[in-house]
Ligand binder design. Structure first.
Ligand SMILES: Nc1ncnc2c1ncn2[C@@H]1O[C@H](COP(=O)(O)OP(=O)(O)OP(=O)(O)O)[C@@H](O)[C@H]1O
Ligand SMILES: [Mg+2]
Length: 209
């Protein structure tokens, strides 16, 4: 299954959630994963290489850097990958080379925040993806929620985004999510991650046994 992490807005947590989900699926559900790092900064590949140098244990999954213009060359091959292919996208949409990537998605995970600007970008992203790929399941994960903050537009945003797909339980803003690696899940966030990722896994990612 091809799982795309995207949003028109930068910095919403696409790469963070991509790593967390890959770790979660590999460690808690023994699912095979492959990450395609399609962001210009190759931040996931960079972290993965650092972990290869720091840890002796075998990697949980491979991370391949694929440039946007090369996607067409690999899109058939990744269909044959056993397990989940998690694709981390850049925070932009103004490139026609993204079209085949959107069209290859089975599941889209779109992290977002409850502020007006992020909501508008998220809505545009959902509209474009839905237009280009009618088969894909779109999901939204509210990310970096701060305790004690009242998000005025929350109900309204959930109502609108729900027309495109499911809004998954939120992830809080936690320092632990900033100290990620590609080999483990920080102890203090396992429970919180299960709250968000387990419904996602059960509904959309679990393979029939
Ligand atoms: N739940 C969270 N709690 C705390 N920090 C977070 C959380 N999610 C993401 N961050 C931090 O927010 C910043 C942006 O996250 P990330 O790089 O994952 O976003 P992105 O959408 O991939 O950005 P880009 O568009 O630049 O690729 C990072 O410093 C990351 O550590
Ligand atoms: Mg990123």
């Amino acid at each position: 299954m091809n799982v795309l992490f995207g949003n028109q807005k930068g910095g919403v947590g696409k790469s963070t959630l991509c790593i967390l989900l890959a770790n979660y699926l590999s460690l808690l559900h023994k699912e095979e994963c492959l990450i395609l790092d399609m962001d210009f900064q190759s931040s996931i590949r960079w972290l993965w290489e650092k972990d290869r140098a720091n840890y002796d244990n075998a990697p949980l999954y491979e991370v391949l850097v694929i440039e946007l213009e090369k996607f067409n060359e690999v899109k058939d091959q990744i269909r044959n990958v056993h397990g989940h292919v998690l694709i981390d996208l850049p925070g932009k949409m103004d490139d026609n080379q993204l079209i085949p990537v959107y069209q290859s998605a089975d599941l889209v995970i779109c992290p977002f925040a409850y502020d007006k600007i992020t909501f508008e970008s998220t809505l545009t992203f959902a509209q474009v993806v839905q237009h280009l790929n009618k088969q894909a399941t779109i999901t939204f994960i509210p990310n970096r929620l701060k305790a004690g903050v009242r998000y005025d537009i929350k109900t309204q945003v959930i109502n609108i985004l729900s027309r495109f797909g499911e809004v998954i339980p939120e992830l809080a803003d936690k320092v632990a999510y900033q100290r990620l690696d590609t080999v483990s899940i920080p102890e203090e966030v396992v429970e919180a991650l299960q709250y968000s990722f387990e419904p996602l896994y059960e509904k959309y990612l679990k393979r029939p046994s």
